[in-house]
Design a protein around this ligand. Structure first.
Ligand code: H2U
Ligand code: ZN
Length: 346
């Protein structure tokens, strides 16, 4: 009888956070990283773009002038998805036409006054200033909203409208779908095991090592066992932390370092400014016990084989479930093998 080999034999893995299954069928791509790597046309961005609505001193589309900021700058999104306490739909008993009100706020946050400086090219000390800004935002928004979402949509491939390094921060009075799923899974795990799902997971991944990409005293970055996107990463603290505003000074410094390492490695993979959607999930601010929640960050990059060949989540993924061609272990090994100096600085 042939022994199971994850790189040869199609199988499914369960995402314990979302309870979704992922098909792993690595036999489809034998050593995909040997494939041709096409370098995309290099875009040399200016340090300041007079037409950019995020650059210091420029006017936004609603006529507001940005201050002459150097590091971070946060402003209310001029075209927000969420509004502060708009009229809510009427409640009804129908199971088929369910709606609820939505109260929230959307902010845009620039990482730097420099138009061309992505997180991957920043020094850890500069990334620390970005983390400080995120912490301030979590402290502020958690006073009025249950869910605070820090997220970055990077690269035109991800639908990002502007290369100026920035993220978005939303506060919302109800938990979005992904948060609800993670809440239920983490709560059920805690009830059964009396420990945090993602803390146990971080410790077990740290012991195994085969999916670890970077690790330091306080944090670990892995290609999660159940990754759907080819080079998906999960960033986890190694002690119990509810949200970004609970990290110590030392943890902040190590977070900046590990984020720098992982983002450099992302850029080096295909020698391009690596596109992704990424962001932090932390405990909801409901006033109730949230000890089952563990802070973490997801990074979902679309690229598969080169700077231009992306994975499409279509077909079977939309109708059945997510399928991936290289195993999480293969992706982690590939990421670990990359140079640690950013390719533009090498
Ligand atoms: P992306 O990160 O997805 O590109 O979004 C940038 C946000 O910036 C987007 O949500 C906002 C858009 O509404 N924006 C402003 O708030 N002011 C502007 O002048 C242009 C864009
Ligand atoms: Zn999450």
């Amino acid at each position: 009888m042939t022994v199971f080999d994850p790189t040869e034999h199609p199988h499914r893995r369960l995402n314990p956070l979302t309870q979704e299954w992922v098909i792993v069928s690595a036999q489809r791509l034998k050593r995909p990283w040997l494939g041709k790597v096409e370098a995309p046309a290099r875009v040399d961005l200016p340090k300041h773009d007079p037409k950019c609505y995020l650059c210091p001193g420029n006017s936004r589309s609603n006529g507001t002038d940005n201050p002459d900021y150097k590091d971070t700058y946060v402003f209310p999104n001029d075209f927000p998805v969420l509004l502060s306490a708009p009229p809510a739909p009427e409640e009804n008993d129908s199971r088929l036409f369910t709606a609820e009100g939505l109260d929230g706020v959307c902010r845009v946050a620039c990482f730097s006054g420099r138009h061309d400086l992505t997180l991957a090219e920043m020094e850890p000390a500069e990334i620390e200033k970005v983390i400080d800004m995120w912490i301030d935002q979590v402290n502020d928004l958690s006073q009025n909203y249950k869910w605070v979402q820090v997220f970055e949509n990077k690269g035109a491939m991800m639908g990002c409208s502007n290369p100026h390094p920035h993220c978005q921060i939303w506060g919302q009075n109800n938990l979005p779908t992904q948060a609800l799923r993670e809440d239920a899974s983490q709560m059920a795990y805690m009830a059964k095991n009396n420990s945090q799902l993602l803390l146990d997971y971080a410790h077990q991944e740290s012991e195994k090592g085969e999916r670890t990409v970077f690790e330091n005293e306080d944090w670990i970055v892995v290609v999660p066992y159940w990754a759907g996107w080819p080079y998906e990463l999960l960033l986890l603290p190694k002690r119990h932390i509810g949200h970004l505003n609970q990290i110590s000074a030392g943890e902040k410094s190590n977070l900046a370092k590990i984020m720098s390492q992982m983002l450099i490695c992302y850029d080096n993979l295909f020698e391009t400014s690596f596109p992704y959607s990424g962001g932090f999930h932390g405990m909801p601010f409901t006033g109730e016990d949230q000890s089952h929640w563990q802070l973490h960050a997801h990074f979902y990059p679309p690229l598969l084989r080169s700077a231009t060949v992306k994975k499409f989540m279509v077909g079977y993924e939309m109708l059945g479930e997510i399928q991936r061609d290289l195993t999480a272990e293969q992706a982690a090994a590939k990421l670990r093998s990359l140079p640690t100096v950013h390719y533009l600085k090498a």
